[in-house]
Ligand binder design. Sequence first.
Ligand code: CDT
Length: 306
Amino acid sequence: TRSLVLAAAQLGPIQKDEGRDVAVGRMVRLMEKAHRMGAQVVVFPELALTTFFPRWYEEEIANADHWYESAMPSNATAPLFEAARKFGIAFHLGYAEKTPDGHRFNTAIFVNPNGETMLKYRKVHLPGHKDYDPIRKVQHLEKRYFEVGDLGFPVVRAPVAGHEVNVGMMICNDRRWPESWRVMGLQQVELVMLGYNTPSLNMDNRGFEAHHLRVFHSHLTIQAGCYQNACFAVATAKAGTEDGHELFGHSIIVNPQGEIMAQATSWGDELIVADADLGMCELGRSTIFNFAKHRRPEAYGRITAQ
Ligand code: CDT
């Protein structure tokens, strides 16, 4: 059997004035734990190295530069790569990327135990707004701080723990869009890795979204995405009260039947693991979601029309 031990390494809050060393130290401890628990893949959250900085407005974007990584690895992130090598673990890391020619992206990479990046993804669905919004109590300035990702939704066949695995990534808000999942499903993705920072309170709530539905909507989209595309997902939160604002946890690992195999129970640093038999992807793929047999793209033109 092609089986893998997957881990979601949920992070508790990272405060605005905490340096990369604090976050990286915590992440290395989670990797040690992942090793003890037999995990071969560890998924960290979106923007895992800092507070969720798009809640803070900067008039001058250059004043926000300190939130971005201009090199990966860097001195600050090297311990993650060393831990991966030491423990033989592949890892997924979300971070703010500033390219040499000055472009800014909300990015994730999948790194093998030798420290090589096997896959890079830049967030496509950027929620929130570009300018300061005086009506909101908390800003969500992803449209100010990031450009729309320019890599699409790539899936690669990567060697992971002795198997060839079709892996893909999405980031936070992407999970709510069936298109993100389907574009990867069409590439026979077997494992989707995603990190998120989701506020417990929706600032755009016009009285219609009850508080208790926030986690439901997150799980609903991930479970549906896995079922409809016959894949596993590891979905990892940054959780807890960060800079006075709450992010919900509830990180999950989901199988191709859409079932939750493991779920975090705290809103702090927490590792959850699950055994994934990749053979499970075959059922959906060869029956109800056999795309070659049953998909009707001729009826879907509106989806890609501008
Ligand atoms: N990080 C991120 O994408 N968060 C969004 C919050 C949406 S509220 C503007 C999410 O979809 O979870």
